[in-house]
Design a protein around this ligand. Structure first.
Ligand code: CA
Length: 224
């Protein structure tokens, strides 16, 4: 799950990136609306966390414009303003939820997960194939109904592939879903990740195959 964080206070932004990262999200941070616009236009975000007071404009006006353009990504507003009129204004502008500063990291994580669980927000919560099942919001991964520990990146990779079982997913689409702009990604990082995951799934008795489609991408298939 990939989040766009729009927040101009560096310390807060770094803190949120770390907390959300620890919770399993890939986070891209921007500090103004111009960069937010560019990031949203490049696409691929599952949810947006939006501060209201930004150096080049007001977050609420920005949100209204984006909604008018048909932007549907769920948005959670961060606000220092705690007045009722601001909350109502936020929801009227097209926000899905809001959180008043200061807040606890756990609460932000819980709210973001709740946003992603809403029908129409994420593309589905439980992804199953063969004897495996991935709960994308938990997140948890089961083989034969038994929980298995995967790393954040392994879970993210499984999610991307399981959303299109039996279809080749291009390498660039996978990399875009796995890594945020600021991540340093080695040229063979994805191969290493896939081969580690393939080994792990084999050892644990998963009856699915991770196929490499040379020069194109990867595909997950039911072995049965
Ligand atoms: Ca601000």
């Amino acid at each position: 799950m990939r989040l766009l964080l729009i927040e101009d206070t560096d310390r807060l932004s770094e803190f949120l990136e770390k907390g959300l990262g620890d919770a399993g999200f890939a986070v891209d941070r921007v500090a103004d609306l111009a960069n937010a616009r560019a990031a949203l236009e490049s696409g691929g975000f599952d949810a947006v966390i939006l501060d209201l007071g930004l150096p080049d404009g007001d977050g609420l006006d920005f949100l209204k414009q984006r909604r008018a353009l048909g932007e549907q990504t769920p948005v959670l507003i961060l606000t220092a303003r705690d007045g009722l009129s601001d909350r109502v204004g936020g929801l009227n502008a097209g926000a899905d939820d809001y959180l008043a500063k200061p807040f606890a990291m756990e609460e932000l994580v819980a709210r973001v997960k709740a946003l992603l669980r809403r029908p129409g927000a994420a593309l589905g919560v439980q992804l199953s194939l063969g004897n495996i099942c991935l709960d994308t919001v938990g997140p948890s991964f089961l083989i034969d109904s038994k929980p298995v520990t995967l790393t954040r990146r392994e879970l993210a990779l499984m999610e991307i592939l399981l959303r299109r079982p039996g279809k080749v997913v291009s390498r660039s689409a996978i990399e875009e879903g796995l890594y945020s702009f600021s991540d340093e990604v080695g040229s063979n990082a994805l191969e290493v990740l896939v081969s580690r995951l393939r080994k792990k799934l084999g050892t644990l008795g998963a009856d699915i195959n991770l196929h490499t489609v040379r020069g194109v991408g990867y595909m997950v298939m039911d072995r049965g």
